[in-house]
Design a protein around this ligand. Structure first.
Ligand SMILES: [Zn+2]
Length: 85
């Protein structure tokens, strides 16, 4: 049984989706939602930009850059951005 993915669910699972951790069934629902929902397409784009930003911030330090930016860090970057605006 397949139920439609809501935007809320989409956002909740986006991190796992981008890390390739979603099971195939869920992946198909994600693809279907992306094809039908321009809002989530642009959300995905900005999410990716944020992850990239997180990586460039990390690469400015001498520490080893981890393969995946933790979600908490992404949130912290977004919060910092918001408070600057
Ligand atoms: Zn959506």
């Amino acid at each position: 049984m397949h139920s439609k993915l809501t935007c809320r669910e989409f956002v909740e699972f986006l991190g796992e989706y981008l890390e390739g951790r979603l099971p195939p069934g869920q992946l198909a629902r994600f693809g279907g939602h992306l094809a039908a929902c321009p809002a989530c397409v642009s959300y995905t784009r900005s999410y990716r930009d944020t992850v990239r930003l997180g990586r460039s911030v990390l690469s400015n330090t001498d520490e080893t850059v981890p393969g995946d930016v933790p979600e908490g860090l992404v949130r912290a970057i977004l919060a910092a951005r918001d408070s600057e605006a």
